[in-house]
Design a protein around this ligand. Structure first.
Ligand code: SAH
Length: 345
């Protein structure tokens, strides 16, 4: 039975399901979930992420983290990545931070990942790159007594959101039911009535609260990079397959399903948990401020003409406002009372 058939069966038996339930099933159903069976990244997959575009991304994020660690007195720390994909960002970060005195010795590496396929890829990508690497199903099993240095690139956008529809002053949760035996959003919106859709992402808030609470108490930092907004933006649920948008309710489990990240809500969750939140700032501005231009120039000096052109094209894709530079944003969480981290001044 396909996941679509399973979802229809469930709706027939128990009624319409929430958007969060739909996302959870489409992404994480143990047998049919999108992330459970495949590596979705790269040219042959459905989408490409920043670390897959340029090595500079993971290198600079790694160096940013290591400098936070230095600035906070070089504590013993868990270097944590949430949703590490193919392990590319972490591999680049570890390579770039080798020269930072004491950093590799002070950290152990912790990867929070639910996909068996991607865990395998991460294991290969990181073999021999650090002596202490562990995998976790969630943030709940991360080390309790050391600082956390957390990185999350395109992780929060994969967490299930709920949507609410406001029509004529009444708010109802938007659900997915069946109309003529096809998956359909309910209530069906009528174009003559003004409709506002709002979104919430409870799992994102919970994960952020866990990170921020720990950082407030044990030091460290979290850096969150994702596409998203700083103020409410309506319906942002989207599906992507083969590098193109795909109808959200078509072939669940076969397309990536994400929502834009509500950075204001994440920052608020971090502050409520007792930490300081900086940003969000646009990814392009952040990367240029922390030295992406200089880094690319330096790499170009020893690269072939072809490699140099690829490095420059990669940086352009990550940083220019009309590409990923503006839509993607960066949020940093550090203990209260610390100066604004690099890139957030
Ligand atoms: N950070 C990587 C991959 C982004 S794709 C990159 O930039 O290339 C999203 C990643 O989050 C995948 O590794 C996916 O398996 C993981 N993921 C999605 N939902 C998750 C969850 N609830 N818990 C842990 N990992 C999750």
């Amino acid at each position: 039975m396909t996941l679509e058939a399973l979802i229809k069966k469930r709706i027939r038996a128990k009624g319409p399901i929430s958007i969060a339930d739909y996302m959870q099933l489409a992404l994480a159903h143990p047998e049919h979930g999108y992330y459970m069976r495949r590596d979705p990244l790269g040219a042959a997959g459905d989408f490409t992420t920043a670390p897959e575009i340029s090595q500079v991304f993971g290198e600079l994020v790694g160096l940013w983290v290591a400098r936070q660690w230095e600035a906070q007195g070089k504590p013993a720390a868990a270097l944590v990545e949430l949703g590490p994909g193919r392990g590319t960002l972490m591999a680049d970060a570890l390579r770039a931070t080798k020269k930072i005195a004491g950093f590799h010795e002070a950290v152990s590496v912790h990867l929070v990942e639910t996909s068996p396929v991607l865990k395998q890829k991460q294991w290969h990508a990181l073999a021999g790159k650090h002596p202490r690497i562990e995998w976790h199903e969630s943030v709940d099993t991360l080390p309790r007594d050391t600082a956390w240095l957390a990185i999350a690139n395109e992780f929060f956008d994969a967490l299930p959101i709920r949507q609410f529809v406001v029509q004529d002053g009444t708010q109802t949760e938007r659900r997915i039911g069946l109309v003529d035996n096809q998956l359909h959003f309910l209530p069906t919106t009528n174009s003559h009535q003004p409709t506002t859709i709002t979104e919430t992402c409870e799992p994102a808030q919970t994960v952020m609260a866990t990170l921020a609470k720990h950082i407030a108490k044990h030091a460290g930092s979290a850096i969150v990079i994702d596409y998203g907004y700083a103020e409410g933006k309506g319906d942002t649920l989207q599906a992507v397959k083969d590098h193109a948008f795909h109808p959200v309710l078509e072939t669940p489990g076969e397309a990536d399903l994400t929502a834009h990240v509500d950075f204001a809500a994440l920052a608020e969750a971090a502050r409520k948990a007792g930490a300081a939140a900086h940003g969000p700032v646009p990814q392009g501005r952040f990367l240029m401020q922390i030295g992406a231009g200089v880094r690319v120039q330096k790499l170009c000096a020893t690269a072939t003409a072809e490699q140099g052109a690829a490095l420059i094209a990669g940086l352009d894709r990550l940083a220019s406002p009309e590409q990923m530079g503006d839509l993607f944003k960066v949020l940093a969480v550090v203990p209260k009372g610390r100066p604004a981290p690099e890139g957030f001044a």
